[in-house]
Structure formats: structure tokens, C-alpha cells
Design a protein around this ligand. Structure first.
Ligand SMILES: Nc1ncnc2c1ncn2[C@@H]1O[C@H](COP(=O)(O)OP(=O)(O)OP(=O)(O)O)[C@@H](O)[C@H]1O
Ligand SMILES: [Mg+2]
Length: 365
């Protein structure tokens, strides 16, 4: 073979991503590519021209595979449970051996290939984790379903009892507690289901200002009795954006409720919208235009030590709060490829910003 051709083959072998080691019939290592060096933690120089069994004495599985194939010319593949001790770390590999045969069928050596399974193992672990989460979701859904019916029975019975008792009966307090608590369990179950639900947004053009206007109209009553003024400032140039209307309604309702609940002594709720042009989201998302909806209140704010916990499921400082409101907001907003930002000055108020990509529906012609 010409040296040019030799070099060509060497380059091909060096470029293969899997580790390749060629062992002669006498058991000497005659070839080893860089991937094999990397995987086994042994340099080509220290391994070439020495007995394979000696150089790899710490890897008896490989030695055995090579010896068998050299002896009987039979390939062994998909040995998945090989773990190499390479330079202090353990590398899971898939090892296979094939006989190196001359044209006349004589076995003149063995080719051992090693495939790094680290990333595949990591992927498998990630899939298992996702699986567990979806099992959890299914479990939550099943549980919720099972609990709902008896809960309805308890509430119905308590309502009957409430009706049967005289209005001035001291015992009336008890069925009322039962009804209130049953409602609370019902709310927790509904929110838990929402959080565990794997269904993503169903996109259609959404007019944000209409959604916000409707929510504010309904909440104004609750606010009025507590001396809360509501101020809005919408940018009328914002077009309908592609989003899930029911989900966004839930987000804004949760935020506005939180703001109103925070202002027990009265105050001002400000809801605004604006376009952030050329907003940089993350580093590799590229530049995209975003819409920001901000809900600001003049309540007591969030204590610095609570700030990191806000939004984790079940964190609540409210009597009767589930602590699932913001967690659901975060899930919905991130599924819309947006961001939820919380700014809070203890003693001055809280501002929550919902950033959503300004995606318009394809123009209809
Ligand atoms: N605007 C706000 N001002 C002050 N604190 C807030 C505000 N919004 C949220 N928080 C804090 O974050 C916590 C979590 O809010 P989240 O909406 O997740 O649950 P919750 O309001 O307590 O319960 P739920 O929403 O189920 O009624 C609240 O209990 C409160 O301590
Ligand atoms: Mg809330």
C-alpha cells in the first residue's frame, strides 16, 4: 500500500468518533485511534506493540471478549454493561469485537470498538425522570377524581345540615366550617391538576387588553369595598398575540388577585402593557419583540427572605392560601416561551411583569 493511502486510512480511523483498537492474532495492540485513547485513558504510545491482555489487565471483560473472538472468529457485540475506569472517571461503554479476516478467511486479528454511552445514559435518566413526573401527574389526576365525589357528598350533607338548623343555633358554625374547608380542598385539587397537567397552550389570537379589561371589571367590586383604586395604562398599538386565552386569563387573574389581597389597607393597583422592542431573552433565543404586562400594587411587598420561595408550589403566607397561584402562572408563562419577573420593595409594593413573545397570527389573505 502506498504511504499516501496509508495516511488516508489513518485519517479515516482517527476521525471515527468511536474508540477503535486493533489487536493482532498474537495479542499485540497494532492500532488505536484517539477516541480509544480518550475512552480508555491510555495513550497510543504506551499501548502499541504490547500485549493487549497486559495493557488492559484492569478491564477483564474486554480481554475476555478479544480472546474469544481471536480464538473462534465469532463477533461479539452490544456488550452494554462495560464500565471503563479511565483516568479517574468511570465511563459506561458499549463494546463489540469483530474478527479481522483476510480475503481467504484466515483470522489475523480482532477489531475492538468502544462507544461512549455517557450521554445516552444521561438521556435515559432524563427520560426516566420525565416519566416519573408524568406518572405523578396521572396519579394526581386519579386521586383528584377519587376525592372529588366524596368531597361533594360531604359538602352537600353539610349544606343540608346548615339549612335544617335554626338561624340562631350555636351549632350552625360547624356545617359552615365544613363547607368552607370542602371548598378549599376542591380548590387545591383543581390547582394541583392544573399544575400537573401536561397539556400545553392552545394558541389563537388573543386581545390582551380585552382579557385584562374583563378581569378588572370583575375584580373592581372586590377592590371597591377596600378603598383600592385601579389604574390602567395600555399601549393601544399592541396587536392580538398568539397565546392560550384561558391560560392567560388565569395568569392575570392570579396576579391581580394577589395584588388586591396584598392591599388590605387600601392602595392603588396599576395594570399596564407595553412593547419591549429588541428584547433579549436569554442568550441563544435571538432577538425578539416582547409584550410586557405589569401588575403593580402599593401593598406591603414581599420580605427579602421570602422572595426566593415565592412561586414554589405550596409556598403561601396567607391563611387559606394554596400557594399554587404563582407556580401555575410561572408554568403557563414559560410554556408560552415568556418570562415572569417579580420586583418587590418591602413597605412600598410589588410589581409582577409578564413578558410574552409578540407573535402575531399569520396574516389572512
Ligand atoms: N402582590 C403581592 N404582594 C405581596 N406578596 C405577594 C404578592 N403576590 C404574591 N405574594 C406572596 O407570594 C405568596 C404566593 O403567592 P401565590 O399566588 O402562589 O399563593 P397564594 O396567593 O398564597 O395562594 P392562592 O393563590 O392559592 O390563593 C403569597 O402567599 C404572598 O406571600
Ligand atoms: Mg395567589
Amino acid at each position: 500500500m502506498s504511504s499516501e493511502r496509508n495516511e488516508y486510512y489513518a485519517t479515516v480511523l482517527d476521525s471515527v468518533g468511536d474508540g477503535v483498537i486493533v489487536i493482532s492474532r498474537e495479542g499485540q495492540v497494532t492500532l488505536m485511534n484517539p477516541a480509544a485513547e480518550e475512552l480508555t485513558g491510555r495513550s497510543r504510545r504506551q499501548t502499541l506493540e504490547v500485549p493487549f491482555a497486559g495493557a488492559f489487565s484492569s478491564e477483564p471483560v474486554l480481554v475476555e471478549m478479544v480472546q474469544r473472538t481471536a480464538a473462534n472468529g465469532v463477533s461479539r457485540s452490544d456488550q452494554d454493561n462495560v464500565v471503563l475506569k479511565s483516568a479517574g472517571r468511570l465511563v459506561p461503554v458499549n463494546a463489540s469485537t469483530v474478527p479481522l479476516m483476510r480475503a481467504d478467511g484466515e483470522v489475523i486479528g480482532v477489531i475492538l470498538t468502544l462507544r461512549d454511552m455517557t450521554s445516552i445514559r444521561e438521556l435515559e435518566a432524563a427520560v426516566r425522570q420525565a416519566d416519573r413526573l408524568s406518572t405523578l401527574g396521572t396519579l394526581a389526576a386519579g386521586l383528584a377524581h377519587e376525592v372529588k365525589n366524596p368531597l361533594g357528598g360531604i359538602k352537600g350533607a353539610a349544606q343540608l345540615l346548615e339549612r335544617e338548623l335554626d338561624p340562631d343555633n350555636d351549632l350552625l358554625e360547624y356545617p359552615r366550617v365544613m363547607i368552607r374547608e370542602a371548598d378549599r380542598i376542591d380548590k387545591i385539587i383543581r390547582q394541583l391538576l392544573e399544575l400537573a397537567s401536561p397539556k400545553g397552550p392552545r394558541y389563537s389570537p388573543v386581545n390582551l387588553h380585552m382579557v385584562l379589561g374583563d378581569i378588572i371589571l370583575l375584580q373592581r367590586e372586590a377592590a371597591g369595598s377596600r378603598e383600592v383604586s385601579i389604574v390602567t395604562g395600555f399601549d393601544p398599538s399592541i396587536p392580538p398575540i398568539m397565546a392560550d386565552e384561558a391560560q392567560l386569563t388565569q395568569v392575570f387573574l392570579n396576579l391581580i388577585r394577589n395584588a388586591l389581597e396584598a392591599m388590605t389597607e387600601g392602595g392603588r393597583l396599576t395594570v399596564t402593557s407595553r412593547v419591549l422592542s429588541e428584547y433579549q431573552l436569554g442568550h441563544d433565543e435571538g432577538r425578539s419583540r416582547m409584550v410586557a404586562v405589569e401588575v403593580a400594587d402599593t401593598g406591603p411587598g414581599i420580605a427579602a427572605e421570602n422572595l426566593p420561595k415565592v412561586g414554589t408550589p405550596f409556598f403561601s403566607t396567607k391563611e387559606g392560601g394554596t400557594g399554587l397561584g404563582l407556580a401555575i402562572c410561572q408554568k403557563i408563562v414559560s410554556e408560552h416561551r415568556g418570562m415572569l419577573k417579580i420586583d418587590s420593595q418591602p413597605g412600598q409594593g410589588t410589581r409582577i411583569s409578564v413578558l410574552l413573545p409578540l407573535i402575531q397570527s399569520p396574516a389572512k389573505g
